[in-house]
Ligand binder design. Structure first.
Ligand code: A2P
Length: 338
């Protein structure tokens, strides 16, 4: 059986990758509809060696699709996800629009695939934030083995997470600066080239940014454990593709670095690269970008805490952090439910 799939945000960084992952993984597609705003209606995007013509979502009849993969921003999903669901489509939504609603499942297939069954209530499944996804793929096996009390995490996030305009801003600023020319930040509040910005998304009343609070809220919801303490600092760095994270956890029972390495080397979706020598760890550019796995290295026991463990976690934010995770959800959905 095949499924008609509507990709909303098809001209964007994530949408384009959704199309190529549908193709790569041979997802059982019938018709594929590329949707975006009226701005890019009529443009063409590549799919399976030919082209799809982009259609304006405002004019699209969602009863033509069984599955919707949405990645055009939260305000767009707020309008079109309920519309599509009412027309009979099941929406996998990559925006933050529905993530915190109690009757909407928030899913990382390696972590809580069973939650997908709850899609029936609203016909919408939320795809988590990129930083949360890769962190939880790495932490789930440890959580299951010894429990996790607290997560202290610092992220080093690529500009592709912000979208195409940010990718262009980093290229452009880099070229200008290398040529001794002045730059004017537009997408980000300060220069992103050759810099690190400790702000992703807006500031909240508690002084954390929304990206940081997403990691707190989403970790609890996906793990189904409100007792997990999460303390994030999220930082944008001048990397195009691939988020890196320094993850420091306090487990309920002691786990050695060797036990953790062994568990992770057998974990679904994880590749361990952990040799204690120069270059014996994964990085965004060299290992993660363009690949599907969540890479883990620098596994070591915390010298400052008896039940502390440190990990370095890297993944392609556009793939596992967004497009791939959404399509893995859709794969479970079609195999099990529709
Ligand atoms: P468009 O090309 O029509 O602007 P990115 O994250 O790389 O910036 O991409 C955002 C994606 O979301 C693009 O495909 C963009 O399409 C789409 N998009 C943005 N705003 C809207 C909207 N109001 N309606 C439909 N699609 C939108």
């Amino acid at each position: 059986r095949s499924y008609n799939v509507a990709v909303l945000g098809a001209t964007g960084a994530v949408g384009e990758t959704m199309l190529s992952i549908l193709e790569e993984r041979n997802f059982p597609v019938g018709e594929v509809y590329a949707l975006a705003s009226s701005r890019s209606a009529g443009e063409r995007v590549e799919f399976k060696g030919s082209y799809l013509t982009v259609q304006d979502v405002a004019e699209f009849d969602f009863s033509k699709a069984q599955i919707g993969l949405f990645s055009a921003g939260a305000s767009v999903s707020a309008i079109y996800a309920p519309k599509a669901a009412a027309a009979g489509c099941v929406v996998v939504d990559n925006t933050s629009c529905f993530r915190y609603e109690a009757d909407i499942p928030l899913v990382v297939p390696e972590v809580n695939p069973d939650a997908i069954a709850q899609y029936k209530t609203r016909r919408i499944i939320a795809n988590p934030n990129c930083s949360t996804i890769q962190m939880l793929v790495a932490l789930k096996p440890i959580y299951d083995a010894v429990g996790i009390e607290r997560i202290n995490v610092c992220t080093y996030q690529a500009v592709s997470g912000t979208g195409k305009k940010a990718i262009e801003e980093l290229s452009h600023q880099t070229a200008l600066l290398l040529n001794g020319k002045p730059i004017k930040p537009e997408v980000y509040p300060k220069q992103i080239a050759f810099n690190a910005l400790p702000q992703i998304d807006i500031f909240m009343d508690n002084g954390y940014t929304k990206e940081e609070m997403k990691m707190v809220w989403e970790t609890r919801k996906i793990m189904g454990d409100d007792s997990i303490q999460v303390n994030p600092t999220t930082v944008r760095v001048p990397v195009f593709y691939g988020h890196s994270e320094a993850v420091h956890i306090e487990t309920r029972e002691k786990i050695t670095a060797e036990q953790a390495r062994d568990l992770l080397s057998r974990a679904p979706g994880v590749t361990v690269i952990d040799e204690r020598k120069p270059g014996g760890y994964p990085t965004a550019v060299t290992e993660a970008a363009g690949h599907d796995a969540v890479f883990v290295g620098r596994i070591r026991e915390d010298i400052s805490h008896p039940r502390g463990l440190n990990l370095w976690v890297v993944a392609d934010n556009v793939r596992k952090g967004a497009a791939l995770n959404s399509i893995q959800i859709a794969e479970v959905l079609v195999k099990t439910f529709i």
